[in-house]
Design a protein around this ligand. Structure first.
Ligand SMILES: C[S@@+](CC[C@H](N)C(=O)[O-])C[C@H]1O[C@@H](n2cnc3c(N)ncnc32)[C@H](O)[C@@H]1O
Length: 210
């Protein structure tokens, strides 16, 4: 069966047509996700961490890992001195794996793109690795992240280049025009999974919230 391979899982998640489909695909993938991504040479968490440490001092708190998955970033955030981190993800299966790592103060099963039940200005920083991509979340997910991030805080995200060009960059321009964010940094395009043939490039982006 195609989904028993990690290529099958990837194909399925990219082809997801609605939030129910995507959460169910990730539920099915959760147990082998970490080892599959390790084999694929998955880079988004490292890129996000590098960007975060350049723009947010160690110890800044609290942080939100938006689309935390199994908690790959949460483990490393703790090592780097960001010790108060909450996780949000649409997939209960992925969050169950994240919970086992014991690095998040709270875990929230909910969907980006919808209203989020956090107060304005709650988080000093938000990180979202591998979430703004095909079949997952587009520019519509940014409004709420901006609302719940403190003024002076940062939102670090990765975005698949094709989606960035057509959907996310126009949304960021709109947020800039509204005076809500500025782009502090954007990386050159890079391939997020060098071990995976045909992976489309992505960019890392740092938004400074005004
Ligand atoms: C490629 S994984 C990345 C997980 C983790 N950030 C990492 O880098 O390992 C994408 C994650 O986004 C989650 N996701 C997809 N659509 C979502 C949505 N609308 N709201 C919240 N999470 C979503 C999936 O469940 C999955 O855990």
């Amino acid at each position: 069966m195609a989904e028993s391979t990690h290529q099958g899982h990837l194909g399925a998640v990219y082809a997801s047509k609605n939030p129910e489909e995507i959460s169910s695909h990730y539920d099915n993938w959760a147990e082998t996700y970490d080892s599959d991504m390790s084999i694929a040479g998955y880079r988004h968490p490292s890129i996000c961490l590098a960007l975060l440490t350049r723009h947010l001092p160690s110890g800044a708190s609290p942080l939100l890992d938006a689309g935390a998955g199994t908690g790959l970033i949460g483990e490393w955030l703790n090592i780097l001195g960001y010790r108060t981190v909450e996780a949000l993800d649409i997939s209960a299966g992925m969050l169950a794996m994240a919970r086992e790592k014991g690095v998040y103060q709270a875990l929230h099963q909910m969907a980006l793109g919808n209203e989020l039940p956090f107060e304005d200005n709650k988080f000093a920083g938000i990180v979202s690795a591998g979430v703004f991509t095909t079949g997952h979340v587009g520019g519509e997910g940014l409004d709420e992240l901006v609302r719940i991030c403190q003024s002076g805080g940062v939102i670090v995200l990765t975005a698949k280049k094709s989606l960035l060009d057509t959907d996310i960059a126009p949304k960021i321009s709109q947020l800039e025009t509204q005076g809500l964010v500025s782009v502090a940094e954007q990386t050159e395009p890079y391939v997020s999974m060098p071990g995976e043939a045909g992976t489309e490039p992505s960019c890392g982006i740092v938004l400074k919230v005004r």
